[in-house]
Design a protein around this ligand. Structure first.
Ligand SMILES: Nc1ncnc2c1ncn2[C@@H]1O[C@H](COP(=O)(O)OP(=O)(O)OP(=O)(O)O)[C@@H](O)[C@H]1O
Length: 215
């Protein structure tokens, strides 16, 4: 991101000149008060939205020059989202949900999907439908689905927000390990000091700008 600015219609400027680089294999925690613009920044990084000014370059492409369809195609092949809304497909069981995105992007790998499910403690739940899973299990299915597609950029919004301390630690370790293994970049929005300290870099968003994290 270079000098990115963003406001919503009729509102104040949310991002007031944000520059940020994230390289393959890096993990970055983004903190900031509620309403500071973290989700806005994530949406721009994912190519879900474009900046008012400045540039967002994703896998070498300027997202603003691509148009909706081009951005959707780039996002599908490059970005893995772990958002608060898990967006699991209600008519597919957990196993099929995990496999879905990888198949969609032409990278189906049942062995890898099975390994992810095992590591996330989901093996006994693979034939359950989303409505039959707890919030924490749904969150882990969403993480497995994202990782199974081997994205170059993983964008995670409070990825362990629904998990107890022990599973949060395991899921976080797995996210970092698999990102490192596949050389993916990981950007995590979090309020948790524990999650933030597990990332290789930490930045804070305040007043529409990026600053070092407060001590
Ligand atoms: N679609 C929108 N239209 C108008 N205003 C918006 C829109 N989306 C977000 N905002 C406003 O932009 C500001 C930043 O919101 P954003 O969701 O990016 O913050 P955040 O840091 O992710 O907050 P939280 O930690 O509470 O999720 C807020 O004041 C919010 O009300």
């Amino acid at each position: 991101m270079r000098d990115v600015r963003k406001s919503y219609p009729g509102g104040a400027e949310i991002l007031a000149g944000v520059s940020l680089d994230l390289a393959d294999g890096e993990s970055l925690a983004l903190t900031g008060e509620s309403g500071s613009g973290k989700s806005t920044l994530m949406h721009l990084a994912a190519g879900l939205d474009v900046p008012d000014a400045g540039t967002v370059t994703l896998a070498g492409e300027n997202t603003a020059t691509l148009g909706e369809a081009g951005r959707a195609a780039l996002r599908r092949g490059t970005v893995g989202l772990v958002f608060q809304q898990f967006n699991l497909i209600p008519s597919l069981d957990a196993g099929a949900n995990i496999a879905f995105h990888a198949r969609l992007v032409g990278r189906p790998d049942p062995d890898f999907a099975a390994r992810l499910a095992e590591r996330l403690g989901l093996t006994p739940h693979l034939s359950k439908y989303p409505e039959e899973l707890s919030g924490g299990q749904q969150q882990r299915v969403a993480i497995a689905r994202t990782l199974a597609a081997r994205p170059a950029l993983i964008l995670a919004d409070e990825p362990t927000g629904n998990l107890d301390e022990a599973s949060a630690g395991e899921v976080l370790a797995l996210l970092l390990e698999l990102a490192a293994e596949s050389g993916a970049a990981l950007l995590t929005v979090t309020h948790s000091p524990r999650v933030a300290s597990a990332m290789s870099r930490r930045l804070h968003l305040t007043g529409g700008r990026i600053t070092p994290p407060p001590p």
